[in-house]
Write a protein that binds this ligand. Structure first.
Ligand SMILES: Cc1cc2nc3c(=O)[nH]c(=O)nc-3n(C[C@H](O)[C@H](O)[C@H](O)COP(=O)(O)O)c2cc1C
Length: 351
């Protein structure tokens, strides 16, 4: 999860310490925050980057730590698209554009068209075919760097209203070229990025893709990206070499209506997609995420009841910020034995 602790894309000592402290406490696979594939693909100047070979050294150190703990670590690759050149989201700070020459890169912000996400954001320029081609290439180069750094897995960030969601949605993509219009055209940019990443990583390396399974705009009855589109996309992902679909939602429209009163609002989306894929015998693992903050809920998501689980795996975000030992805490609550880091063994249950 973004920490706004990088400068010029470099992983800082703070980030290293933060990730190391989580990795040593038992998650099966940790993903470090989104790393931008170009400088303009950052949301803010404090975002992590993987657009320069010099970024690899810091990333390699995190991987080295994970190895020393017998743990696995992945990285998420992303591009902010029309949401770039902003002040980082920090306490007490309003959303504000960072102007050219004042830490920002307003002129470098691009999207499917010239529409702004909302008034407080940069007006992007419409991407040309060349811009798209370069961005796809940047994902490939970034993937190669991720392999050089030694990561165990890669996730493409196709969610939350950044580059790919804005192209996938008929609300925000009004292009008339090969990247707009039909479903196939709107997902083309993501498909080509997946191919570019897959071409640059070993066949055995797990590839995750995170999407916003709905943009939560069904309420206004205009065409929008919804669960049916996500199912359609999910069907083609295994052929592209995607191993896991990570089901998130929202972020593409400021007027989205998320049913947050239901803690399972996002898990339900994962469950729906998984049920269809299972019925059609499509081999794609489904990862659920969102509001999982206790052991019972985590178990409920992946537990097989009468041959049915809601998801194949789950991710936890904010709970790890509240309790970096969440895996150890959950294991104790569920009566599951897990190996504690030997440095902590005298605090382990039963000691
Ligand atoms: C501070 C913060 C930073 C985040 N950064 C990312 C990110 O880098 N990539 C991403 O896909 N999602 C990001 N998210 C979304 C989380 O990964 C997660 O999907 C969301 O918080 C819901 O899960 P949770 O309830 O377990 O936190 C971020 C969320 C927060 C609150």
């Amino acid at each position: 999860m973004g920490t706004y602790s990088s400068h010029d894309g470099y992983l800082s000592r703070w980030q290293h310490t933060h990730y190391a402290s989580l990795i040593c406490r038992g998650p099966a696979l940790s993903f470090i925050e989104v790393a931008a594939v170009t400088p303009q693909g950052r949301t803010s100047p404090l975002d992590l980057g993987i657009y320069d070979d010099a970024h690899v050294e810091g990333l390699k150190a995190v991987v080295g730590f994970a190895r020393s703990e017998g743990q696995k670590v992945g990285v998420q690759l992303g591009h902010s698209g029309w949401k770039g050149s902003m002040m980082p989201i920090l306490p007490g700070r309003a959303m504000e554009v960072l102007r050219d020459g004042k830490g920002g890169w307003e002129g470098g912000v691009m999207g499917p068209g010239t529409e702004r996400f909302k008034e407080e954001y940069v007006r992007p320029r419409e991407m040309t075919g060349k811009d798209i081609e370069e961005m796809i290439g940047a994902f490939g180069s970034a993937a190669k760097r991720a392999v050089d750094a030694g990561f165990d897995a890669i996730e493409i960030h196709g969610a939350h209203g950044y580059m790919f969601t804005s192209f996938m949605s008929p609300r925000t993509n009004r292009r008339t070229d090969a990247y707009g219009g039909s479903f196939e055209n709107r997902v083309r940019i993501l498909v080509e990025v997946i191919q570019s990443v897959r071409d640059n990583i070993p066949d055995t390396m797990p590839l995750f893709v995170r999407i916003s399974a709905t943009e939560w705009m069904e309420w206004d009855e205009q065409p929008s990206w919804d669960i049916e589109d996500s199912i359609k996309l999910a069907r083609i992902l295994p052929r592209l070499g995607v191993d896991v679909l990570d089901v998130s939602s929202g972020g593409n429209s400021p007027t989205q209506k998320i049913p947050i009163q239901d803690a399972y609002y996002q898990i339900n989306l994962a469950e729906k997609i998984r049920a269809v894929l299972q019925k059609e015998e499509i081999n794609l693992l489904i990862c659920a995420v969102g509001s999982i903050d206790n052991a019972e809920m985590a178990r409920d998501v992946v537990e097989n009841v009468d041959g049915h689980a809601k998801a194949d795996m789950l991710k936890v975000g904010r709970q790890f910020l509240r309790d970096p030992s969440f895996v150890l805490t959950a294991a104790k609550q569920l009566g599951v034995t897990v190996q504690w880091p030997y440095q902590f063994w005298r605090a382990a249950p039963g000691r």
